[in-house]
Design a protein around this ligand. Structure first.
Ligand SMILES: [Zn+2]
Ligand SMILES: [Zn+2]
Length: 142
């Protein structure tokens, strides 16, 4: 990820009439540049290093707006809480390190036969799927 995603997000938010205050810009930059999934509390902790007065409410509202514009994707953590990562273009699947939160997108799956079977057994027409794998990254395995 590069700094260009921060600029891109800022212009998309601006185009959607979102006021880009200094604290909001910091939240946007942190999430746009992160290669790890971040919970709202983690974003808040990182943002306070750059803007000590920033409130958790600002963090939540900014994340909400980013999610609304599909710029970030919600990740369900095994603990039950959730975190966010910059969204990928197109249909992608996520691989997330349970220890450090490092996230990687990958494409390609062969779920069609599985979906066809489940659809037949349940009578559903399956239209979409969402795939997230959890494990340990190379560094965390050392
Ligand atoms: Zn890791
Ligand atoms: Zn897929």
């Amino acid at each position: 990820m590069t700094t260009s995603s921060t600029d891109d997000w800022l212009s998309q938010l601006h185009a959607n009439g979102y006021r880009l205050t200094a604290p909001r810009r910091i939240v946007i930059d942190i999430v746009a540049q992160s290669q790890r999934v971040l919970s709202p509390a983690e974003v808040h902790r990182l943002a306070r290093k750059r803007y000590p007065a920033i409130g958790l409410v600002t963090v939540y509202r900014t994340l909400e707006k980013l999610e609304e514009l599909s710029l970030i994707q919600r990740v369900h953590q095994p603990g039950g809480c959730h975190a966010f990562i910059a969204a990928a273009e197109g249909h992608q699947h996520l691989l997330i390190c349970q220890q450090c939160g490092l996230a990687e997108y990958f494409s390609g799956d062969n779920l069609d036969p599985l979906m066809a079977n489940i659809g037949r057994d349940t009578g559903y027409i399956i239209k979409e799927h969402w795939l997230q794998f959890f494990g340990l990254c190379e560094d965390c395995r050392k």
